[in-house]
Design a binder for this molecule. Sequence first.
Ligand SMILES: Nc1ncnc2c1ncn2[C@@H]1O[C@H](COP(=O)(O)OP(=O)(O)OP(=O)(O)O)[C@@H](O)[C@H]1O
Ligand SMILES: [Mg+2]
Length: 389
Amino acid sequence: MIELDQLTKTFTQKDGQPVKAVDAVSLSVQEGEICVFLGPSGCGKTTTLKMINRLIEPTSGRVLINNEDTTGLNEVDLRRHIGYVIQQIGLFPNMTIEENITVVPRLLGWDKKRCAERAKELMSMVALDPTQYLKRYPRELSGGQQQRIGVIRALAADPPVLLMDEPFGAVDPINRETIQNEFFQMQRQLNKTVIMVSHDIDEAIKLGDRIAVFRRGQLVQYDHPDTLLARPRDEFVAQFVGQDSTLKRLLLVKAGDAATQPETARVDTPLAHAFSVMDETDNRYLSVLDDAGHALGFVTRRAARAGDGTCGERVTPFPVNVSAEDNLRVVLSKMYQFSASWLPVLDAQGAYVGEITQDSIAAYLSSGRSRQQTGQPPGAAIKLAQAAA
Ligand SMILES: Nc1ncnc2c1ncn2[C@@H]1O[C@H](COP(=O)(O)OP(=O)(O)OP(=O)(O)O)[C@@H](O)[C@H]1O
Ligand SMILES: [Mg+2]
């Protein structure tokens, strides 16, 4: 766990005037989580990051890693614990890719063989052929390839903590998407604790378990992405997350969150009874479940009105369904594709858990509730699914 405690940096400008670049920032990042520092240029993101590994000495305040105050650690110990990806990639131009990757291991005294093996291992993690690239110089790589090297270089000594300053800023949107996905899968596998700087709200939502929004050196809001989108603390945050914040939430909220549990019928429920239930609840249909709780389809009010026999005899199969783990973007896409105003929601075993309607989605998104309030983490499963897509 990383904890920033009232971290403050005051620079003295050339004219002697002090500038508070970072002003009493306190926050904590749990092990294995990605925290994204978000905010406009000059708001103090890089300065805060650099105080964590003491590239910049704090004016006051403390940084604790696993409850240990890092003020007492020497630089070698800090480097062993904290990997760093600097803004603008920052590969050493006069060193080969292999030398770049093994800078920290060599500082830590690893022997040649171990360094070479580590470099190969890391290259394969980002799908770069070691035999082809390790002996090249940075200028002989594309921007996206250099960015990947910047990331794996920070991972070289296998530090539990990773600080990344706009690590994907220098690549085009398509490559950025790929590198973000690669990184996300790597982070989840290796369980690194990450603080990443970004000024891209979409990147922050995609990768962040929590987002810290900075303004003029101060921490304005620190929340799960969906909470930030659903309940921005002030006008500044609201502007920063954008006017389409509700649409952005579609990726974060799951079908299970916005599902309702309406009345259902069994196979042997008399149609006449089904009709009276629909009449009372003003529904045009009723889902029909078998004894195992699987949804077979639905009966319409019109079919039930005929009144003869049981629901099992008049079932219309569902044209499509969604999983409780699907995000609302997938749900809405299916609704539009099948021109459906509602869909049955199934759990991982295929059992019926409720239904989702255009109204229930609207009700959830406008209710002020968010994923964090429902007690769930922002959904590593959703994000892994995105990463794999
Ligand atoms: N060495 C320094 N001396 C004086 N002022 C500095 C120094 N370094 C940074 N600052 C000032 O501190 C503030 C925060 O800078 P910082 O680099 O942390 O911003 P940032 O949020 O990372 O911005 P960007 O998104 O542009 O990278 C800025 O106003 C900057 O001008
Ligand atoms: Mg910066």
